[in-house]
Design a protein around this ligand. Structure first.
Ligand code: ATP
Ligand code: MG
Length: 459
């Protein structure tokens, strides 16, 4: 019915020849049905079988069996261009009755199921409870219909399924964001009802799902789903409260509350980097704690919100168990997001900005700023912003350090007939300042001439 890559067909055949049942399951089946194009499915192939781990290993001695749920990982050649002998990993798991009930309840001993139907009944959502054996689709819960309707629907009784494994609460939102689907009413109501159960899940697992939401094609919708289901209160309470912080006030350009502004910023963030996206959706969290409204004129202010926000994202980074590098980037982007973009800035100020943000994060910072602008309802670009970007490049061509000057202490001593001493440093410093402020160019001829001028003046 659907053409499968040759290596997948061969793999299935190897089991069928020994009279084992074998099915493609999970994301691969979903993707085949959605795209109907195996090229786009990539190399993410999961299988379910009635063979036991030992029997699988007999067929594929190179397989690695290390987990207590019976999954065997088998290296297989991809068999297609551009590198036909590159290896990919097939995962194959015996039909099972129990899922890994993450953090809520660990089944002591895994029980195998006899049939694929029994196995599918233990899976989370109908669109994930589909199997394909190369000839027919097994679809006991209407997964194909829900794929067409673009709906995430829990398999069986949603309350029961979410209390078995609370990670499914956020997985529902993750699949909705990745696929551009909605969550079906009963499943959604059950997520709302059971949202508090997410507190039983480890932060590492929550972070992994949150990052998949942020990396998806619909990250802004994902955050709104988290908010509307009540999950956000448990995952990012700092962001959740922002939706009740107004910022519309006289003489200000804002049209959204802080939370909506943050989500709109995320929507317009052109970076694909997860940390930049996280920084974008958190950049104004400090506003919830710095909100002030002037009693007389109604003016709203958020003084030092980036300072307060920096402290807040440090805590968030620790909570989500970010790596040191990820935390450093997140904190840096939030801390410096309030930079001014004006043609009146000196080169020195622009350079200081680059030094503060660090060259490494400069492009991400600009992506955040662009998102911030558009997420406030402004038009995508302004001449000021374009000019600023040009200056960032220009200014980096100029020296940052005194040692980058095209003249050095020896030149100073030679031309001015000086012995080593503080005077040499003073003269170099004044030249450095002139170059940094843009009064003279950092070209050797020009700087030598300047030294000669000092000599004539001092003579
Ligand atoms: P992806 O493309 O992100 O890998 P996937 O559907 O393959 O999507 P996985 O997390 O790899 O997602 O899980 C593979 C399959 O295992 C799912 O499609 C689902 O059938 C089942 N599954 C995974 N986690 C759970 C869970 N917590 N509860 C029930 N079933 C699950
Ligand atoms: Mg998968």
């Amino acid at each position: 019915m659907f053409a499968l890559p040759q290596n997948v067909v061969n793999f299935i055949q190897a089991f069928k020849k020994e009279d084992f049942q074998i099915y493609l399951v999970g994301g691969a089946v979903r993707d085949i049905l959605l795209t109907k194009d195996q090229e786009e499915v990539g190399d993410n192939w999961d299988f379910a079988t009635n063979a036991k781990p030992e029997e699988i290993l007999k067929l594929f001695p190179k397989g690695i069996y290390s987990n207590k749920y019976g999954t065997v990982i088998i290296p297989v050649e991809t068999g297609h261009a551009p590198s036909p002998d590159k290896q990919t990993l097939f995962e194959i798991t015996p039909f099972r009755k129990e899922w890994e009930y993450k953090d809520l309840r660990h089944p002591e001993k895994i029980e195998w199921a006899r049939t694929i139907e029994e196995d599918l009944a233990r899976r989370d959502f109908t669109i994930n409870a589909l199997a394909y054996d190369g000839e027919k689709i097994i679809d006991p819960f209407g997964g194909q219909k829900h794929l067409e309707q673009k709906l995430i629907v829990a398999v069986g009784d949603p309350d029961k399924r979410f209390s078995e494994d609370a990670l499914r609460l956020i997985r529902a939102i993750r699949f909705a964001s990745e696929l551009g689907f909605l969550v079906e009413d009963k499943t959604r109501e059950s997520i709302q009802k059971n949202a508090f159960l997410i507190t039983k899940i480890s932060w590492e697992r929550i972070r992994d799902e949150l990052f998949k939401i942020l990396a998806s094609p619909n990250p802004a919708e994902g955050i709104l789903f988290l908010r509307n289901t009540g999950l956000l209160t448990f995952i990012l309470p700092e962001l959740d409260v922002c939706f009740v912080i107004p910022q519309k006030s006289p003489k200000r350009h804002h049209i959204y509350d802080v939370g909506t502004h943050l989500v709109m910023s995320l929507k317009h963030c052109s970076s694909k980097d997860v940390i930049t996206r996280l920084a974008t959706v958190l950049h104004d969290v400090g506003k919830s704690k710095t909100f002030r409204r002037d009693a007389k004129n109604g003016l709203i202010t958020f003084y030092n919100h980036e300072v307060v926000g920096t402290q807040m994202v440090k805590k968030i980074a620790d909570r989500l168990r970010l790596s040191k590098k990820q935390k450093d980037k997140l904190v840096n982007l939030v801390q410096h997001h309030q930079f001014t973009v004006t043609e009146l800035q000196t080169d020195k100020a622009v350079r200081r900005f680059i030094r503060n943000v660090g060259k490494e994060y400069l492009m991400d910072m600009l992506d955040l700023r662009y998102a911030d602008r558009v997420g406030s309802g402004a038009k995508p670009t302004s001449w000021r912003f374009e000019l600023f970007k040009k200056r960032l490049i220009e200014v980096q061509k100029e020296p940052f350090k005194i040692t980058d000057l095209k003249v050095n202490g020896n030149d100073v001593m030679e031309i001015l007939n000086l012995k080593p001493g503080p005077k040499v440093g003073k003269i170099l410093n004044s030249i450095f300042n002139d170059v940094e402020e843009g009064r003279v160019k950092n070209e050797r001829e020009i700087l030598l001439e300047r030294l000669n001028k000092i000599k004539r003046r001092d003579a």
